[in-house]
Design a protein around this ligand. Structure first.
Ligand SMILES: [Zn+2]
Ligand SMILES: [Zn+2]
Length: 303
């Protein structure tokens, strides 16, 4: 048992719980694939969606590979001009070790930690929907034209790097994760894969009150305007219920949902699309800075 506990942190990356070894990744995807095939069959499955050529498949595969060869974070750091590296380094020095927040029982400590992490994830996601400059980056995740497991990794490198930085804050207060946190993160990641699968179930009362269901996340990816910014939680439903972003639809309405918010990707090579979104982000930052400067000047002139 002790050996297993030592092994878990080696298999799963620190903060998002996504396996950092290909073996662990394949095991997780194989498990999710089996679950999806049993639920909805081959015709609608993620596996078929990935194996048969379709628009956007290249981006899905590229991002999954970049993520698991640990190239996504360096790319995001590069895009931030090194700023995120400096900040991550500063915060890492401050991290308490081992888990500073001990509730006396490993399961209780793990659950509490995951709830806090999920809370931080909710606000990270909400910020990326609410601020135009951040939405330019997050639109990349919403560009997926069809739901499949690999959409989980379709995160723009710069958004991923900003997310790593943001998720450092709960660690500052609650310490570095213990082995059981990594184990629980496996379940969180597995759940994330299912939410991006082609399963359209709302999971009944569990999806209504406890954990995000594939139907809820399909609503989140919908192109329909009334669905924008709904179901922002990663794992738990509680934050959406508390902060007014929960949205539920009847099963037939969920099945009719159209996915894919950003049509810029159509006809673009995967790397070019990453660069295109980055360029859009730089333009959005420049516009924001210019507007702020203009407002400040007008304020000074008036006073
Ligand atoms: Zn989103
Ligand atoms: Zn998603």
């Amino acid at each position: 048992m002790g050996k297993l506990a030592d092994l878990i942190p080696k298999l799963y990356s620190h903060f998002d719980g996504v396996p950092s070894s290909l073996l662990a990744l394949f095991a997780m995807i194989a498990l999710a694939t089996a679950f999806e095939l049993m639920s909805i069959g081959w015709r609608e499955s993620s596996l078929r969606n990935i194996l048969i050529y379709r628009e956007g498949r290249g981006t899905d595969i590229l991002m999954a590979l970049l993520y698991h060869f640990k190239l996504l974070l360096p790319l995001g750091i590069l895009m931030s001009g090194g700023l995120i590296y400096v900040l991550l380094k500063q915060i890492r020095v401050q991290l308490p070790h081992p888990l500073a927040w001990d509730l006396g029982h490993p399961v209780l400590s793990t659950l509490a930690f995951l709830i806090v992490l999920d809370f931080f994830r909710y606000w990270w996601h909400r910020a990326f929907h609410n601020f135009k400059v951040l939405w330019v980056l997050h639109r990349y995740h919403h560009s997926a034209p069809a739901m499949n497991f690999l959409n989980t990794f379709r995160v723009h490198p710069l958004e991923g790097a900003i997310g790593q930085l943001w998720l450092m804050f709960p660690l500052l207060f609650f310490g570095a994760p213990a082995p059981q946190v990594f184990a629980a993160q496996f379940l969180v990641s597995f759940h994330g894969l299912l939410c991006h699968s082609n399963i359209k179930s709302d999971w009944g009362w569990a999806g209504r009150w406890l954990v995000q269901s594939p139907a809820a996340h399909r609503i989140h990816h919908s192109t329909q305007e009334s669905h924008y910014g709904k179901n922002l939680g990663s794992t738990l439903v509680v934050w959406d219920l508390l902060f007014g972003t929960f949205h539920w639809e009847k099963p037939e309405a969920v099945r009719a949902i159209v996915i894919g918010l950003d049509r810029q990707e159509v006809g673009q090579r995967p790397f070019r699309y990453v660069a295109r979104v980055y360029l859009d982000f730089l333009i959005a930052v420049k516009t924001l800075a210019a507007n702020m400067f203009r407002q400040q000047m007008q304020f000074w002139r008036r006073t």
